[in-house]
Design a protein around this ligand. Structure first.
Ligand code: OGA
Ligand code: NI
Length: 352
């Protein structure tokens, strides 16, 4: 357990070497807050929401939603039980730390059982061969994640027993977030001319609840919470309590995503980009650390399980040729976790 950042971060004054970002790769933690990143009010007419979602998806691949129907009390409770989980004594968390199974840092196991992820310095391929995943910096965070769909009693029983309200609160939160994700996906369908419910079947068979805990950091300039990336999922809905999440706009400029109480950040994943044949982009984002407070974020990632991913037929015609060939989601996921040389490395083999 010694390698959980939160177990030692408050006792150090200088950053252990493997967490120090090489000078040429340092990022500016103080980028301006992106006041122009859309905050979409889902209580307005659906025509307006659709238009704003499509535009935000093209400009940022990321936006925020408010008046989305998830109660503020439930949101507060969900974040609070996740924070409490990280505060538990080490013995209560130890059983969720997996022995090295050859999976890379943040690769959930197929069954999505609860797992406390320890960042590794270097991730060799499963067969021990060379890898493209030579991450030069270890991220300044601890992560806990588990599946939550389908929400069977067995799944719930696999979750932490402590804090006492974890199972009850997270079950309700997971269901609400799934409902909201599918609603947002339906608005996207309407905007693109896809049938409503297009994403409700095989594209959304799993849901992973992920808590990132970024402890306060004595030297934010030399560390990174999560390096720039796109999410491998279909869509991710993130609750953030404090600033730290940055998004890159289409001109390559970085902006902070403003923490707004009650809002949820919607991050389009790479699968959404493929299925919409690039009509919606995926948000390029990263997380920076800070020296004054711990930061916890709670994400709900909707993804396929095992299916063929391809651009929707309805979005393809002579003037819109497919940008990607069909591929197996499982194969793609292998690339996603093993090749981090570029943001879209996992899609490279499938680009037309
Ligand atoms: C992620 C992610 C953002 C955050 O889980 O992929 O980018 O604010 N999280 O922690
Ligand atoms: Ni992400």
């Amino acid at each position: 357990m010694a390698s959980l950042v939160s177990s030692w971060s408050s006792e150090v004054n200088s950053i252990p070497e493997k967490y120090v970002v090489p000078l040429e790769k340092r990022v500016n933690a103080d980028v301006p807050i992106g006041k122009h990143i859309p905050v979409i009010d889902l209580s307005q007419s659906s025509t307006q929401s659709i238009q704003q979602i499509i535009k935000a998806s093209a400009d940022f691949g990321l936006f925020q939603v408010i008046n989305h129907g998830v109660s503020e009390t439930l949101m507060v409770d969900a974040l609070s039980v996740c924070k409490e989980f990280f505060k538990l004594p080490i013995e209560d968390k130890a059983k969720f730390v997996e022995k090295d199974e050859g999976l890379s840092d943040f690769e959930p196991s197929i069954d999505q059982r609860p797992k406390l992820y320890i960042e590794k310095e270097y991730t060799p391929n499963k067969d021990g061969s060379n890898t493209n995943n030579v991450k030069d910096t270890v991220f300044w965070k601890d992560t806990f994640g588990h599946g939550c769909h389908p929400l069977t009693q067995d799944v719930i029983n696999s979750w932490p027993e402590k804090p006492q309200k974890y199972r009850e609160v997270i079950s309700e939160y997971a269901l609400e977030l799934r409902k909201l994700s599918l609603r947002i996906l339906d608005l996207m369908c309407e905007g693109l001319g896809l049938e409503v419910g297009y994403f409700c079947q095989e594209h959304s068979q799993t849901q992973l609840m992920v808590t990132h805990y970024y402890p306060q950091c004595p030297d934010p300039n030399s560390t990174i919470g999560i390096g720039e990336h796109c999410d491998g999922a279909l869509i991710n809905l993130v609750q953030q309590e404090l600033s730290g999440l940055h998004v890159r706009d289409k001109d390559g400029k970085w902006f902070g995503v403003e923490p707004i109480p009650g809002a949820l950040v919607v991050i389009n994943g790479l699968i959404l980009k493929v299925v919409t044949n690039g009509k919606l982009s995926s948000g390029v984002h990263r997380v920076v650390t800070n020296s004054t407070s711990d930061r916890t974020s709670l994400g709900s990632l909707i993804s396929p399980i095992e299916c063929i991913i391809e651009p929707a037929k309805l979005l393809i015609n002579e003037s819109n040729p497919p940008l990607f060939k069909s591929f197996s989601y499982t194969e793609y996921l292998g690339y996603y976790f093993s090749d981090t040389t570029e943001i879209e490395a996992a899609l490279k083999p499938y680009k037309l």
